[in-house]
Design a protein around this ligand. Structure first.
Ligand code: SF4
Ligand code: SF4
Length: 225
């Protein structure tokens, strides 16, 4: 699927579209876990399957990645598709992880036969174990469209909690200063108080910096760039 086709089909904005794109369109992602010292550690993994409950991948039981997964029970991943920054979309997901049985491992191997080139014998494949990322939330971020597209989603019964939003309060006077400051033109000035169109917002915070009425505040508990 080409990116332009992905954009058209994405506008249903479904979590399932993002999970499918991660598994079948992006496939190799950067995964972040936390080690025994409480420090973040990243590695590249392949998302080998998906369904409405989550994302599936495998690793070897003796790897540090396996230890971090089972010790902490959480993972965050980011996959990027595009040839450079301005043509790229990124999907970030975080959620719980659970180790699965042999049946799911066999399915992952059948669906991703290139693994047989890395673990060629049945004996060597006994080192492998399958995992599911579930009860997760995520964000789709597309820098290749104008204004940019940023849409949150969740799956597996989880609430969307992947970030913060800037909100304009009743104390907005309608002075209009934020309209020039916003790099994406995503502030709706139709009525006072003005409002921010969240799906196009970069979360840069410039509007909050310059608002003389201090009417714009950040709501949420996470941070990113
Ligand atoms: S700068 Fe602040 S007070 Fe002025 S229009 Fe924007 S939100 Fe309202
Ligand atoms: S946070 Fe940045 S992109 Fe979002 S509305 Fe404010 S100025 Fe615009």
């Amino acid at each position: 699927m080409k990116i332009s086709e992905e954009k058209q089909s994405f506008h249903s904005s479904s979590a399932e579209h993002c999970l499918q794109l991660l598994a079948e369109g992006i496939h190799t992602v950067v995964a972040s876990t936390v080690d025994d010292d409480g420090l973040p550690t990243t590695c590249a993994i392949d998302i080998m399957d998906w369904d409405s409950d989550g994302l599936y991948f495998l690793t070897a039981r003796r790897k540090g990645f396996h230890h971090r997964l089972t010790a902490r029970g959480y993972i965050a991943i980011t996959g990027i598709k595009g040839s450079d920054t301005m043509s790229s979309l990124a999907i970030s997901v975080r959620g719980k992880v659970e180790e699965l049985g042999k049946e799911r491992l066999d399915r992952l191997l059948r669906k991703n036969p290139y693994i047989f080139g890395i673990y060629p014998s049945e004996e060597s494949r006994k080192a492998l174990s399958a995992f599911r990322l579930h009860e997760g939330s995520g964000e789709y971020f597309d820098l290749s469209v104008r204004p940019i597209a940023r849409i949150g989603f969740s799956f597996g019964g989880n609430e969307y909690n992947h970030g913060y939003e800037f909100m304009i309060a009743e104390s907005c006077t309608g002075c209009g200063l934020c309209l020039n400051a916003c790099p994406q033109g995503c502030i709706d000035s139709g009525t006072v108080p003005f409002s921010i169109i969240g799906r196009h917002c970069l979360l840069c915070g410039r509007c909050a910096d310059i608002c003389p009425a201090k009417a714009i505040a950040r709501r949420g508990d996470n941070d990113d760039t």
